[in-house]
Design a protein around this ligand. Sequence first.
Ligand SMILES: [Zn+2]
Length: 145
Amino acid sequence: MSLSPADCPLCAGPGGETVWRDALCRVVWIDEPDYPGYCRVILNEHVREMTDLPEEERHRLMRVVFAVEAALRELMQPDKVNLASLGNQVPHLHWHVIPRYRADRHYPDPVWAPPRRPPRPMSVDAADLKQRLARAVAVLLAPPE
Ligand SMILES: [Zn+2]
């Protein structure tokens, strides 16, 4: 895996619609009709593995991942939240945070598996959900007063 930062889509662009960011990382909304609420937490720098990060930054990155998970649980009550860090195709640290439901297209498989069911977009107001998610994540990650 020799993708250089110059060829990296997560260095070239935000990788989705940014709903929160700080100096270390960003939370982006993935426009995926089968999976409303699908977010990625993407490190701002081109770093390959979690253990390439200083320990404090690892913890900080996971704190953001967990804030997104908590916000999605509160807003969407999914049957399960999938957290995944693969990076086989794009070796730039990013975490997938995916709300899952027993009736979704791939359940109980990962979303990258062949689908088990036809598309059945959920009746969710994505724009509203995105706004509420952005607010909830910002509250959870707000520095203590
Ligand atoms: Zn990159």
